[in-house]
Design a binder for this molecule. Structure first.
Ligand code: MN
Length: 311
């Protein structure tokens, strides 16, 4: 699967690793993991990571990006990781590289690089980098394994999502042969500010139910103003305070703004997206949203969800 990749890695003295912008754990994990992997096995090469800041994932060791000038790309090999579309790649100077390789697990929609390894059967790009290491007989290091494991758990929802397979565990097992502290990763990933925890508690107390057990929260614009946080922190950020309630398959968060009412709908079972579409919205099958005119329209949407859940 990775013969051509190993071949070009051996050929080029300079390797620059890109990934998607606004990086998540998998984008950074695969980027840092690959850098450490290559540095460990090819110490004579110059290897760089580039892109926008790690922000939420700045706790990951090695997440500070390298500053390089354009000349560095001359005669270099560029990797593009965890990127389904060219528009999402952070730092478009990858185009200046002599050779490009993409490794990705998103649905293929366009050719981006000279060498493409795209396989949607992997739960994460980190899983693919681990596969590359094993297949190529490259030596993993604790630093590389820790970064790759971080991406694997974030993209698989800690091995919970449907994308998790026997292969996922085979690769995770290979990473865990290295000595690193998983407790440290989890502590960093799940730690939250007390103010957010307090806000979530307030939202838990606001949960209501329709007769057919659709959970919902309605936040008026006066309440929204009183929380002193931005709209998305409430609208997207609070919808899953209603997740994992026994007997509840559909939940919806309504947030009034000056212009409209934002609606975020989630389900663990049903394809609720047609209801979002009916009200001018869209999204994924079980995670979608819309913006409706006012409270009346919001309540009509809620009634549709209530009727839907009976099926
Ligand atoms: Mn990913």
């Amino acid at each position: 699967m990775f013969e051509n990749v190993l071949q070009v890695v051996k050929e080029y003295p300079t390797i620059i690793i890109h990934r998607h912008s606004s990086p998540d754990g998998d984008a950074l994990g695969s980027q840092i993991g690959l850098k450490n992997l290559l540095q460990e096995n090819f110490p004579e090469k110059r290897i760089y990571v580039v892109g926008d800041a790690a922000k939420r994932y700045a706790f990951m060791e090695g997440s500070i990006m390298d500053e390089i000038d354009e000349e560095t790309y001359q005669g270099a090999l560029a990797f593009i990781l965890d990127c389904g579309a060219s528009g999402l790649i952070s730092d478009e100077r990858y185009k200046k590289a002599a050779k490009t390789v993409r490794i990705d697990h998103h649905i293929f929609c366009e050719t981006i690089a000279d060498i493409e390894v795209v396989d949607t059967s992997y739960e994460s790009c980190c899983g693919m980098i681990t596969e590359f290491a094993l297949e190529s007989g490259l030596r993993l290091s604790p630093a590389s394994a820790k970064a790759l494991y971080t991406g694997m758990i974030t993209d698989s929802g800690r091995f919970r999502y449907d994308s998790t397979t026997a292969n996922t565990f085979r690769l995770a097992s290979a990473l865990m042969e290295q000595k690193f502290d998983t407790g440290d990763i989890y502590a960093q990933l799940y730690a939250d500010d007390f103010l957010s925890i307090r806000l979530r508690a307030q939202f838990v107390l606001k949960i209501q139910f329709t007769p057919h057990k659709v959970a919902y929260i309605y936040t008026t614009k006066e309440e929204l103003a009183s929380y002193g946080v931005d709209t998305f922190t409430i609208s997207r950020g609070m919808v899953n305070t209603m997740a994992d309630i026994r007997g509840v398959d559909i939940w919806v968060n309504f947030t009034e703004t000056e212009e409209n009412v934002l609606v975020e709908i989630r389900s663990n079972k049903h394809t609720v997206q047609p209801i979002a579409v009916k009200y001018g919205g869209g999204g994924h099958a079980k995670a979608c949203g819309a913006a409706v005119k006012n409270r009346e329209e919001a309540m009509a949407l809620l009634e549709d969800l209530n009727a839907f859940d009976q099926q």
